[in-house]
Design a binder for this molecule. Structure first.
Ligand code: SF4
Length: 337
C-alpha cells in the first residue's frame, strides 16, 4: 500500500496545531517583520537563550509595526534589561519547589491543586514567573501521572484541580481528554479550572472538540484567560469566548500589572470594558512576582493601589479586578484592593 501523502497527514492535524508550530522564534526576524531597528532596543542573547523568544505568526497581526512602545511587543521582547541582577529577584520567588509533593503537581492552597499539565506555551511572556521553572522534573509520563491522581484521591479537601503549565491548552485534545477523565474519576473533585493565554494569543485553539468535551464533563469548568491589554483581544478571541460560554464554561480574566504595558488607568479601564464585551469578567490584577530578569516590569504597590482606586470611580464594581500578590508560604493570595 502506498504511504499516505504529506498533504493527507497534514489535513489530520487540527488547524490550531499547525498554527502553534508556525512561530517566530528569531528576534531578528521579528524586527524585520515589524520594520524596527535592533540598535534602538537591542535584544539580549543571554535572555533569549535562557528563555527562548517565541510568538505565533498569527498573533503578529495584533502588534503595531514600527512601534517599540507597542504593549504586546513590550511583553514579548527579550530586552537587555533582563540581564540586570537585582537584589531580591530570584529563580523561584514563590518557593514552588516546596509545594511540589509529586512531580507535575503543586499543592499550595488546601482546597485546590495545580497540575503543570504542559511545559509548552504559544508565546513566551518575558515577565513569566515560571520562566525558570524546572519543567523537565515536572513533566510526568502517563505512568507517572498515576502518582498525581493517587495524591489527589487521598486528599479529600481538594475540590478543585487547576490545569496550568506552561499552557495546558498547548496539549492536544486527546491528552486533555485523558487528564479530564482522570480528574472526573475522583469523586470529591467538582471543579476544573484552566489557566490559559491561548484565548488571546491563539484563539483558534478553542475548537469544537475541546468545547464538546468541556460541555459534557460532570465538573464545573472555569477558564481563566491571561490577557494584559485590550489590544490582545480580537474578533477571533470573541468567537473563542463565545464557544466556551455556549459550552457552559465560566470565563474570568487575570492580568499582571506591568510597567509601560498597562500601568495606566485608561488602559486598565479599557481592558475591563473590552473583556466584558467579549463575555469575560476581570478577576485578578496581579502585582508582578520578583523573578530574576523581570525587575524592569515591576510596578510599586502604591501606584497599583491608586490605579485600582481610580478604576473604582470609573467602572461598576464587577469590572474592577482585585489587586493581589502571591507570596511564598501564604495560604491564599494577599489582597490589596
Ligand atoms: S503563557 Fe503563561 S506560562 Fe507561558 S510564558 Fe506566558 S505567562 Fe508564562
Amino acid at each position: 500500500m502506498p504511504a499516505p501523502s504529506l498533504a493527507i497527514i497534514q489535513s489530520d492535524v487540527p488547524a490550531w496545531q499547525r498554527m502553534l508550530s508556525d512561530l517566530v522564534t528569531d528576534p531578528q526576524e521579528l524586527l524585520e517583520l515589524l520594520g524596527l531597528d535592533h540598535d534602538d532596543n537591542p535584544f539580549s542573547s543571554a535572555a533569549a537563550t535562557q528563555f527562548p523568544f517565541k510568538l505565533p505568526r498569527w498573533f503578529l497581526s495584533r502588534i503595531k509595526p514600527g512601534d517599540w512602545n507597542d504593549p504586546i511587543l513590550r511583553q514579548l521582547w527579550p530586552a537587555s534589561q533582563e540581564e540586570a541582577e537585582v537584589a531580591g529577584y530570584g529563580f523561584d520567588p514563590l518557593q514552588e519547589s516546596q509545594f511540589n509533593p509529586v512531580s507535575g503537581l503543586l499543592h499550595k492552597y488546601s482546597s485546590r491543586v495545580l497540575l503543570t499539565a504542559s511545559p509548552h506555551c504559544a508565546v513566551h511572556c518575558r515577565y513569566c514567573f515560571r520562566r525558570h521553572f524546572d519543567y523537565a522534573a515536572n513533566a510526568p509520563s502517563r505512568e507517572h501521572w498515576r502518582a498525581v491522581f493517587d495524591y489527589i484521591a487521598n486528599e479529600p479537601r481538594v475540590g478543585e484541580v487547576i490545569l496550568s503549565g506552561g499552557d495546558p491548552l498547548a496539549l492536544p485534545n486527546r491528552q486533555l481528554d485523558w487528564l479530564i477523565e482522570q480528574i472526573e474519576a475522583i469523586p470529591h473533585v467538582n471543579t476544573l479550572r484552566i489557566h490559559t493565554r491561548m484565548t488571546t494569543v491563539l484563539p483558534q485553539r478553542i475548537d469544537e472538540a475541546l468545547c464538546a468535551r468541556l460541555k459534557t464533563t460532570r465538573l464545573s469548568v472555569v477558564l481563566v484567560s491571561h490577557c494584559n491589554h485590550a489590544q490582545e483581544l480580537s474578533p477571533e478571541s470573541k468567537s473563542a469566548f463565545q464557544q466556551l460560554r455556549n459550552s457552559g464554561v465560566t470565563l474570568l480574566n487575570q492580568s499582571v500589572i506591568l510597567t509601560n504595558v498597562n500601568d495606566n488607568v485608561e488602559i486598565l479601564a479599557d481592558l475591563s470594558r473590552k473583556l466584558f464585551e467579549q463575555g469575560v469578567l476581570p478577576y485578578y490584577l496581579h502585582l508582578p512576582d520578583a523573578v530574576a530578569g523581570t525587575a524592569h516590569f515591576d510596578v510599586e504597590l502604591p501606584l497599583a493601589q491608586s490605579l485600582v482606586a481610580e478604576l473604582q470611580t470609573r467602572l461598576p464594581g464587577y469590572l474592577v479586578p482585585r489587586l493581589v500578590r502571591e507570596e511564598a508560604g501564604e495560604y491564599s493570595k494577599t489582597r490589596y484592593a
